[in-house]
Design a protein around this ligand. Sequence first.
Ligand code: F6P
Length: 540
Amino acid sequence: MNPTDTPEWRKLEAHYAQVENLHLRDLFAADPNRVDALTLEAAGWRVDFSKNRLTGETLSLLQDLAVALKVPQEAAAMARGEKINRTENRAVMHMALRNLSGKPMMVDGQDVMPGVVAVVEKMTSFAHRVHEGRFLGFTGKKLKNIVNIGIGGSDLGPQMVYEALKFYSKRDLKVEFVSNIDGAHISEALVGLDPEETLFIVASKTFTTQETMTNAYSAKDWLLAALGEEKAVAQHFVALSTNLEAVQAFGIAKENVFEFWDWVGGRYSLTSAIGLSLVLGLGPEVFDALRAGFYAMDQHFLEAPMAENLPVNLALVGLWYNNFFGAQSVALLPYSQYLSRFPAYFQQGDMESNGKGTDRQGRPVNYQTGPIVWGEPGTGGQHAFYQLIHQGTKLIPCDFIGFVQPLNELGDHQEKLMANFFAQQKALAFGKGIKELKAESCPEELIPFKLFEGNRPSTSLLAAKLTPESLGALIALYEHKIFVQGILWNIYSFDQWGVELGKQLAKGILEDLKSGQVSPEQDASTAAQLNFYHQRSQPS
Ligand code: F6P
């Protein structure tokens, strides 16, 4: 149903008119219990919503909307294996990948857990064989380099988690991620690698993705140029895929295929076989602990009441800015260099899921859906784009993500990092007024430029330490936030038809590029660019 047609939405509109101009300074002054009332905890995360432009009443009205739009029932339907990805007629069961309850999870009347457990065991045993030198390269050398070839969900998740948990990694293994079809990516990744010591993981749910297959064939050529015999492929290539036929056609041995299933969406596949680079590069124990973190947040999401439910409330606060304040984007700001790829990961997670303009009934929506997601780790971002967040004309809700204990004890780096984490949220919320500027003897003519109006919203997410468990819980928190928002916006979050047209057109253009022609179906701009390209590609 169109969320804006509900009585709950209308109540929110009326409420918005009352609170839109309230300043965070006044909200804090008015309610000494504000922080306690607006802070939630789950799976090791403390999430403080108090620096958001809302009151307890706002949250409760938003929660009423979630009840009216049946968020708990929809979450239960997902967990029951219903085909909630209707446009692809698929179940959405990434929670089964980290279901540690020992209880079955069903798709099409079948328990999927034995298959999930078997693949995890196969990954674990493979990693042990590689680590212990029982699975060797073709010439008998130990494998020291792992190159994951994939793109989108088959790249961003493992790459993000590998970076995030590098502290826990197997330092004697070099792990590279190759995704771009630009030959520069694989060429640079292979520089200095010894083919005899290199294992390629071809990660592709469909095993048809142009970028991945092109890179995989180039990797195969590189390997065979050094090792000569086709047989070497079996010792240097493994595949992660749902398309077993295509994998075998590539020449990868059956026993070197790590399977997953069509009920795992690409951008939700991190804890499936797609995580093999993590099992190898971080170790099976770390991968298990990561899954335990996911599981803890999954349980919280499925069981916690609405008012205490972290993913639900994160989703509702996001909707509040997106649909009432008209915010266009959300900034993810991890104060951890290890989380440098976290914003990029959730760019796909969020934007590919909720970047939809058609509702579940096939009608164009008449309200805003998924936001633009962006961000960089702090403190780097402070010296780059924070100017706009503090004083620009756009309202940008920010999620600050931080950890209490550092992984690297190094002088006072941690205190300085976290002082900035807290200070930025404070500056955004409370700003700096004329009085304070005058007290600092700011010249009159500079006051307008040095003024910080404040009232810029942020949410603080804090955990004790960056561990596999806390990371898993954090990822699951955002996954479920995305799910809840998709329900609230009445869109399908688990398909991605919007990526198809470009892929299809690229095929026709590729033919033109290879033949040196410009086909008549090209539009005037594309034709002119192709002509320029053809002219300049002639050696002069
Ligand atoms: O083009 C988008 C997409 O289909 C993503 O949804 C997916 O994560 C990515 O491509 C990679 O797909 P595959 O794992 O099938 O190669």
